[in-house]
Structures are given as structure tokens and as C-alpha cells.
Design a binder for this molecule. Sequence first.
Ligand code: COA
Ligand code: NAD
Length: 719
Amino acid sequence: MAEYNLVSECVGLITLRNPPVNALSAAVRQGIVDTVQRALSDPNVKSVVICGQNGIFCGGADIKEFGSKMTGPPLIPMFHAIESANKPVVAAIEGSALGGGLELALGCHYRIAHSKARLGLPEVTLGLLPAAGGSQRLPRLIGVPAALSLITTGRHVTAAEALQLGIVDQVTDHNTVDAAVKFALSVAGRSLGPRRISAHPCPQQPDLDALFEEVMQKVRQSARGAIAPIACVQAVRAAATLPYAQGMERERELMATLFTSGQARALQYCFFAERAVGRWRMPSGARWDTSKPRPLHKAAVIGLGIMGRGITVALAQTGLSVIAVETQEKQLMEAKQAISGMLERGAKRRGVAPALDRVIYSQNIQAVADVDLVIEAVFEDIALKTKVFQQLSAVCKPGTLLCTNTSALDVDQLASETPNPELVVGMHFFAPAHVMKLLEVVYGPRSSPQAVATAMQLGKKMGKASVAVGNCRGFVGNRMLKPYIEEAFFLLEEGATPELVDQALEEFGFAMGVFRMSDLSGLDVGWRIRKGEGLVEPGTASGRSTRIRQGRRYSPLGDLLCEEGRFGQKTGRGWYQYDKPGSRVARSDPWLHSFLGAYRAQHGLVARRIDHQEVLERCLYALINEGFHILDDGIAAGPEDIDVIYVSGYGWPRHRGGPMFYANMVGLAKVLERLEHYQQLHPEVPHLQPSSLLRKLVASGSPPIHKWGEAIKKLHSQL
Ligand code: COA
Ligand code: NAD
């Protein structure tokens, strides 16, 4: 797993071999120990170069080994052996040097990187810290502020930034191994003392205490309950204030706490879940056929409202030519300006030229005749969308994929209105579409695997977390959100306030509580949907309306606020008040509290004390319960798909793994017991009725999450 060759007569070349990313598995670690020993004891060898095969230096520790008992040589003594070698050791960094990979390079005396390489210590994103000396060596090499910035965020830096920071000694555009060998020859025989990073103190830093205090405050705020970023600050502080050996001891202690924490397990689960959903598969667990995605050069977007604009930007930034169609002249002019602005700002951030000329605007749908893919984003109206799809079928060249960005309409119904339903899929983006990471790719029973594969690959190219889901009302994300929001409304009726509910959810780790989120996205969106479902009754404002509608408990609170013109941030009033329309700072609103009091009195409801635990259990378990229904219905292929959707699109705290992982951590029996408890108290609320899949999983001994797929398959085959 590490190959040794003698090159240029006196350079020992060690090549890590462990596809695909040369992770430091037990076998690779053993290989490094053996080959380093061999190079150091070979009298012909004057210097050593370490590189990785297939254009990647090393993707770090083997994450797959984390759950099992450690075998093979540990990293820390291995890096010490390299650092204390009496011959220069040079790291030749191509592709990535991440985590343990960068720690290995920091153990070397010199580092040469290819200009396209990326370096970083991303352990924090896996709930850990760089615990093979990384937290102690990096601050000594580049100073405390820069090391804190890298270690607490896990961000990757380019070779150019690494050179500027002093992480690497040289950057090359040519063959990195050749450059490193040449370099190794040039430094043979030089004194290595100054090159041993662990022997240095950290560069002097004025006001160290104030710096750490400020960083700790910032990190605590952004961590939203995650413990690893805080441990990272503590480890760097040890590097800045203690001798190396003591710093290493502190690094070890902090790592021991993190390693066994549920958070590290959750974050590592997320890492693999994100990759699993990319290899999209059927709910039965079988892979879809291996049809290759279609190559895409030219795309079209129909409708340049909020969504169409973001989608156009995302497509153009991916390198596609885009025909952007909007029928309303005023909208078209505004969209043109908005899209150009977004492209310019995006290009400035990424240091590239804006792709303005990749977008051609038109008011005529005929302009899309020769595109490979169309994304429709007109108003949410089935008659209008049907008309647009029929026009597209007539205008587009044969084989063009037709995608809809509908948030709730039936993708299969739309497909059935076209002569080629196999070419129709949903591409459900989230607002703003060029920023939000999530994309639900919705397949109907007739969508061809190639159409789904093409949409999935396009999503990946756009940098989205793309998840293939079946066709149902609300798909996965919004379907699960409905019971969550309804429970929050019911809690207000029973005595809670928006502040209390949001605080409980934000302390749990959500980016935003349900009411702040609703104010941000606009209360009128849900109002329009409920009207469409026939749930909004006239006379609501007079208090004459019922609280049981369509046979189930219904809270008209959201409708009442809309009738008052309180649509959230955009109107300056919603569940909270804002200084002016569009302002983002939510302030408690006395009007809302007296409104809730009057509403309760009108309906004979007596407010009771509601605690955080009840908020979490009712909102989250209702959402999780819907997740089990979704798995049972085969709408999501597995729990990973649901979890990736919630973590990447709905602000679920990543360190809690996603709703289904959380249910697994809490224990399925406990989730079931609490749902049964609340269902008894609220029999008129169907979403508190535990799903039959949850019951069956508990009855079969609550298998761990990675075995749910198998268990579901078995349960379905017994039907
Ligand atoms: N340990 C084990 N497996 C790893 C791994 C690691 N450190 N890094 C990547 N892999 C696996 C992935 O799970 C994936 O496996 P799959 O093909 O079975 O799904 C495969 O390698 C390719 O990874 P992927 O992320 O899809 O490839 P990429 O080219 O887009 O990105 C990296 C490559 C190295 C940038 C990326 O994989 C990465 O960031 N890895 C994690 C690095 C890290 O956090 N290291 C610190 C560990 S403590
Ligand atoms: P919007 O009202 O902002 O924009 C719709 C645009 O389509 C308007 O500019 C309108 O003039 C244009 N249009 C109407 N008919 C047209 C036609 N025949 N040809 C070309 N253009 C036409 O709407 P939006 O919020 O961008 O939503 C668009 C779609 O995306 C809807 O299906 C919606 O459900 C879905 N969606 C919206 C969000 C969101 O947060 N806004 C999120 C996900 C999905």
C-alpha cells in the first residue's frame, strides 16, 4: 500500500497506493512505516519524497476504520519518525492533502504543491480535530489566527493560498513529483533543525487571550451546539501556550472526548450519506440501470421570477448556455438586471470572469427549439404548466429533457400531458436557487432512468446535494415539514409563544426556528397552498370558523395573520415584528401575544405551560413519523436520502445527522412511545398516529439505521 523506488540514484520515492483517495488505512500506515525505514537506512539515499498515486496525495485518515478497533501503526509516532529523520523528507502534493494527509505533509521537512492542489484540515466537519499533531504543528508553522481559521472551519485552501500562508514551500504547474525530486536533491545535506515544525514555538501573537476569547465567542455562536469547533479552539490554544509535548497530550484528551461523542458519529454518517445518495438507487435498495447521463450543452429556463432567476444563474455558472424565457416584458427587464448582478457578484467572489454572454433572453418560447434540457419555473398553476409543457413538446427537438420546478404539483400528471413522459422529471430547487444546496430530483413511474441520471448529474455539477425522490404531494422535504409546522401552530393554541417554540428548536441546533423561518419565506405561501386544498374557511377572522376541518384538527392561526396582512419579513409583520419591511431582525410583538390570548379565549382554550421538551418531541417526532411513512411508501430510497434533504435544505443541525439518524440515536422505541403518548392526548391529529413501519421496526428489535433498508425490504416482501 506504499511503494518504494530509488530515483535519480539517491532519492527514495515513496508512493501511497490506496484508491480512490489514498486514505491512511492500516495497510497504508504500515507501508509508510516500512518504506520510510527502508529509505532512511539505505546509505545510497540522500533525500526522500512522499507522493500519492493517481494525482492525489492523500485524503486523510480512513473514515471507514473509525467505527472499528484500531489496528496497524498509529499516525503520531509515524509522523515523529519522519520529522526526526536525518535525511530531508519532501511531500509532493497533487490533488488533495486533507486531514491526516496534510498532517503527514506537516511531518515532512518540505512541501511542494501542484498549483491545482487543495489543502486543509477538515476533521471538524467530521466532529473531530486534527489529532495526529495537526492542531499543534499548523499554528507553529503559520501562526495562531490563520491556523484557527483553517482548523475551526475545515475549509480547504488553494495551493496559492497555502504558499502565501507558508504551508507549502513551492508551487509548481509542472509534474509535482519531478519538481519535488529536484527540490529534494537540492536540499540534501542541509541542516534539518529549522525544518522540524514541532521544535518551534508558535509565532508571537499580541493579545493572545483577547484573540482566543473573541474567536471562542464567534465559534460558539456559529457552532449551534456542535462541540468539535470548540475543541479545535482549545487545541490551538494549547499549541500557543504549552510546550509541544504537553500540547500533544491536550490534543489527545480533547480528541478522546470527541471521538466517542454522538456528534462525530452523526457527522461521519452525513459524509457517507451524501455520497450514497449520489449513487441513486431504488427504494428496494437495487441500483437503477446504468444508463449514462446525457451530455448537456444548452439549457432553457421558462419563467424568470424568484426561482427562474436563480436557476438561470446556477446553470450559467456550471458552464451551460442558457435561453431564459419570460413572457412579461417588465419582468424580463428586471430579471435581466438581477441575473447579471448575481453573475457578476458570483464571478467576483470566485475570481473569474462573469458568464454574462452565456445567457440569452427571449419573450418567445420558440427560442428554445435546440436546447438539450428545459427547466420550467412559471407560476404554480397546473393548467398553465400543462400548457407550457405542451408548447415545449411541440417546439423542442426530439429527446429534450423537460423538467419542472414545481413545489407541489403532480409531476406524473404533467408528464402524461406530453407525448414523451419518459423525458419528464421534477427538479425541485430551493430559494434562492443559485445558493441553496439542496435539489430534489423527482421521478415519476414513467421517467426514464437516463432522464433521472441526467438531472442528477446536472445537480452535482451545480454543486448541489441532489437526491432522487418519488412523486407525491410535497415530495420528501415539504411533505415532512407539514406536520412539523402544524404541531408548532397547535402548540401556540395550547399556550406556547413563537419565541418559546423557536428558542427550543434553535437550541436543538436548527438554523432558524419554525416561526422565524416562516416569516422569512412568507406566510402567504402556505396560505395560498391551504386555500388550494380547500382548508381556508371564510369567516375565520370573526372566530366563527371551526378548528376541525376535513375531519382533522386544524389551526387557522396562519390564515388569520395573513388576513391581517401579516406576511412576515416582506410586510414588516408576521409572527414577529420588524423595523421595516424587508428587515431581518425579528423582535417580539406584543400585538401577537394579545392576539393569541384573544384567539384562545374565543375558542375556549386555556393556555398551559409548555416546556422545550414538549416542543421538540411534538414538532420533531411528527416530522420523523412522516419520514417513516415516506420510507414505507418508497418515496425515499433510504433514511440517508431523507437526512441529506433535511441537513442540506432545511437547516437541520448536521451534528445531529438528520431526522432519521436522530430517531435512531434517540431509540425507535422511545420515539414510538412518545408518539403514542401524544396521540392519546390529541386523537384528532392523524400525523401523531405512529407509522406502521415504525411499529414494525420496533417490533423487530429496532435494527440500527444501516440495517433499515434490509428490514424494510423484508417487511415489504412479507406483504
Ligand atoms: N476515508 C475513507 N474513504 C474516503 C475518504 C477517507 N478519508 N475520503 C474519501 N473517501 C471515499 C468516499 O467515501 C468515496 O467512496 P465511494 O466512491 O464509495 O462513495 C470515494 O472515496 C471518493 O470520494 P468523493 O468525495 O466522492 O471524491 P471527490 O473526488 O469528490 O473528493 C476528497 C475527494 C478527498 C476531496 C473528498 O473525498 C474528501 O473530502 N474526503 C474526506 C477528507 C477528510 O475529511 N479527511 C479527514 C479524515 S479525518
Ligand atoms: P414567480 O411568481 O416569482 O415567477 C413566475 C414567473 O413566471 C413570472 O415572472 C411570470 O411572468 C412567468 N411566467 C408565467 N407564465 C409564463 C409563461 N407561459 N412563459 C414564461 N414565463 C411565464 O414564481 P416563483 O416563486 O419563481 O415560482 C416558480 C415555480 O417554482 C413555481 O412552480 C413554484 O411553486 C416553484 N418553487 C418556488 C419556490 C419559492 O420559494 N418561491 C421554491 C421552490 C419551487
